[in-house]
Design a protein around this ligand. Sequence first.
Ligand code: ATP
Ligand code: NCN
Length: 187
Amino acid sequence: MKIGLYFGSFNPIHTGHLIIANHVAYNTDLDKVWLVVSPHNPLKSSSSLLNEHHRFHLVELAVEGESRLRASNIEFSLPRPSYTVDTLAYLSEKFPTQEFAIIMGSDSFQNISRWKNYMHIVQHYPIYVYRRPGHEIEPMYGVKILDAPLLDISSTVIRQHVKDGKSIKYLVPDNVQQYILENGYYR
Ligand SMILES: Nc1ncnc2c1ncn2[C@@H]1O[C@H](COP(=O)(O)OP(=O)(O)OP(=O)(O)O)[C@@H](O)[C@H]1O
Ligand SMILES: O=C(O)c1ccc[n+]([C@@H]2O[C@H](COP(=O)([O-])O)[C@@H](O)[C@H]2O)c1
């Protein structure tokens, strides 16, 4: 089976992430997409990060009932910060019969040369890039650029809306919105 690994902070998961994961799961040669919650992105400050268990739970709520999408907390038991190359090595050893690919937005791809051992990643794993407004890229390293509508949604905007008391309806699934508001996250 071919599995797309969609790594992210998911702080919180939003409709953009879900549209991307669903697009890949149904329009490429990949069979499933795992949304891998990274406790700590090595290139981002952790100050505005909601606890990883809460972020993971929100991803679980978001993919509930969708058989091709799965929430993964595999990085919770690995050293911090979460270096993708280390997670890939761990997964390839743990699931030797699976074929793994990577899914990322074009903003992440623009930074890939700053990732630990990025040449190993680009040489050994297929990469699917979803274009993001304001982040035009040249295809390099044989990456596949997905032909799909641009989505101007970010976790940053959702956190800011919650802080400002604005609605996040439709920007996140209803059950995710309800859980965020009930628990007072991002206030
Ligand atoms: N609207 C979007 N279009 C394309 N790719 C996206 C979009 N939102 C997120 N991604 C991609 O999804 C992955 C995980 O993103 P992440 O969890 O950091 O969300 P984010 O919205 O970028 O968060 P933040 O606003 O906190 O930086 C990254 O590879 C990112 O490029
Ligand atoms: O391995 C690295 O050096 C590396 C550097 C920056 C980001 N990443 C990973 O890229 C993923 C996307 O990060 P984010 O915070 O933009 O959602 C997340 O899983 C990070 O751990 C990985």
